[in-house]
Design a protein around this ligand. Structure first.
Ligand code: SF4
Length: 303
């Protein structure tokens, strides 16, 4: 009997639970639409660099690192004032600093930790949960370690909060931190809201990101403990078994457009693929998308 070793992270898991088709296109086949999203990817990378480096007393340093990175990318070619422009990046960093400048209750211990732990090791299956923890800090009020996660989100409010309840995302971070020796009690999500900013048909910049930028930074604090760890691990095992069966052709990829399916607008990377006739999909993928190796999940099989 073969033994499978599977490395999986939160993004794959979450996407599998939301839309299997998307998980297979994005994380199994590695498709990404480079021409349209290059700006978004570069922008995301730069803002994340800033967020990783940022502490309340080193704003200028973190900003200069992010801008140096940005100047090496396509961002500089983007017209001033557009969503993925240097000026937009600079403005967001300034707004972030305004929002968190007095945040000196937390002292940074480590940033950008790449962590993994063995969630299951049986005769047939080994599962390794992997993830990056953005920052571990000490909450000086309680002398306890906390995790900071920087997120960008199209939607905040209820939809984002649902992801911060003790589900697989929160528990994934919690377990990674525990296994690395940090007994965390809380995860803090600093969320940069990216909706509300768009170019109107007339070419004007609109939306609340610029007109009301303080709305862009939202913080959620989620307490964590062991309560749902068993459920979390069972869910991971089930998703991994589904992934193995699908990649070996033993189970169809369900076409189960979720409530949040964005087939008829441009938010899902694959909206134009799903809208097209089945016999056109392969051509659309090959023509409009490029394959990139993703580090999100990996399956190896030993006979
Ligand atoms: S458009 Fe909808 S069904 Fe298609 S991959 Fe995206 S979320 Fe899934």
């Amino acid at each position: 009997m073969p033994k499978y070793t599977v490395e999986i992270d939160y993004s794959t898991m979450d996407t599998m639970l939301i839309c299997e088709r998307k998980a297979m296109y994005q994380y199994h086949d590695g498709y990404t639409r480079t021409s349209e999203i290059a700006g978004a990817l570069d922008f995301g990378k730069c803002i994340h660099t800033f967020l990783e480096m940022y502490t309340h007393d080193n704003f200028e340093y973190a900003k200069s690192i992010a801008l140096t990175e940005a100047k090496k990318t396509k961002l500089k070619e983007v017209e001033d004032g557009q969503r993925y422009s240097l000026s937009h990046l600079t403005q967001l960093m300034a707004e972030y600093d305004k929002a968190y400048a007095t945040d000196n209750r937390y002292k940074t211990l480590k940033t950008e930790l790449k962590l993994k732990y063995t969630l299951l090791d049986s005769e047939e299956l080994k599962i390794i949960w992997v993830g990056n923890v953005d920052k571990v800090a000490i909450d000086t009020m309680f002398d306890e370690p906390v995790i900071f996660e920087h997120k960008t989100a199209y939607t905040t409010g209820e939809q984002f909060e649902n992801k911060t309840w003790p589900n697989h995302q929160v528990l994934g971070y919690y377990m990674l931190a525990q296994k690395a020796g940090y007994d965390v009690k809380k995860i803090i999500f600093n969320v940069l809201k990216t909706t509300g900013y768009y170019k109107t048909k007339g070419g004007k910049i609109s939306g609340d990101l610029l007109t009301n930028p303080t709305d862009c930074f939202i913080r959620y604090e989620v307490p964590v403990d062991d309560t749902f760890v068993n459920e979390f691990e069972l869910l991971v095992v089930q998703v991994v078994k589904d992934l193995i069966a699908m990649t070996e052709g033993k189970r169809a990829v369900k076409f189960n457009p979720p409530n949040s399916c964005t087939m008829f607008n441009s938010k899902c990377l694959f909206h134009d693929v799903c809208k097209s006739y089945p016999n056109e999909r392969k051509d659309i993928l090959d023509f409009n998308y490029e394959k990139r190796p993703w580090a999100h999940f990996k399956i190896t099989r030993e006979e």
